[in-house]
Design a protein. Sequence first.
Length: 268
Amino acid sequence: MVGCTQTGNSGSGEVLVRVYDKYLYASDLEGVIPAGTSARDSLTIVRTFIQNWVDRELIVKKAEENLPEELKDYSDRIEEYKNSLIIYEYEKMLVRQELDTNISLEALQEYYQRHKHNFVLKKDIMNIQYLVLHIDSPAITKFRQYIRSEVPEEKDSLALYSSKYAESFNLLDEFWLDMEEVADVLPVEEYSFRDFNANQRYLEVRDSVYIYMISVQDYKPADSVPPMQFLEDEIERIILNKRKNDLIKNMRQTVLQDAIEHNQVEIY
C-alpha cells in the first residue's frame, strides 16, 4: 500500500494503490466493511476489494488500448440507459403512489365469468378438508362422524374439536390442491375423478403415529375449467397488471397532450 496523500480520480486522502493514472483512496473503501466485522475479516475484505479494483482497471486499460474508436464511444448507449432508468424509476414511483390495489369480489367474479374458458386445468385438482390426529387421540370416533357430516351444529363441533385435539387441520370451504400438493400434506397415494364420481368422498390413512382423515368436497379433472377460488390469486395479478399498464399508458398520453397544449412539442 502507498503511504502518500494526493487528490485524484474518485476520492481523497491516503492513496492505497495506483493503476496507470487511476488511484484508489482510503475514502473509496467507506461502507465496504460491515459493522462488527473482526480485524482479520476486515483485512481480507479490503485486500479482496483492492485486488478486484486493480484487476478491473487493468482490463479496462487493456480494452481501451485495443478496441477501435467506434466501439469505445458509449455516449449514446449511456444516455439511452440513463433515460430508461429514469423512466423506470418514475413509473415505479407512480405505480406505488397511485395504483389502486383494492380488488373487490365483484371484480374477481366479473373477470372470471368473462375469461374462465381461458383457464383450462393441466392437472386434476381436489377441494379437501382434512384432519391429522395422533393415533391415540380420544376423539377419533367423533372426528369420523363430524368430518363427514352436513349438520351445521356438527360442523361447529368439528372446528372446536380440531382446535383442541388435531395436530393439524384444514376446514376451509375452498381449499384446492392438485394431487402432488395433496401428497405434500397428506400420505395419499392415489385418488381419481372415478373415485369421486363413485361417491368415495372420505379417505382415512394411518401410519405409526398419526391418522389422516380427508373429506373430498369437490373434484375437477384436467382439461376442465377450474373454480374461481382456485384462480383468485392469478386473477388478482392479471387485474393489477392491467391497472398498472393502464396507469402508465394514461400518464404517457397525459404528458404528451399537456406538452402539445403548451407548445412544448412540435412535429414538423
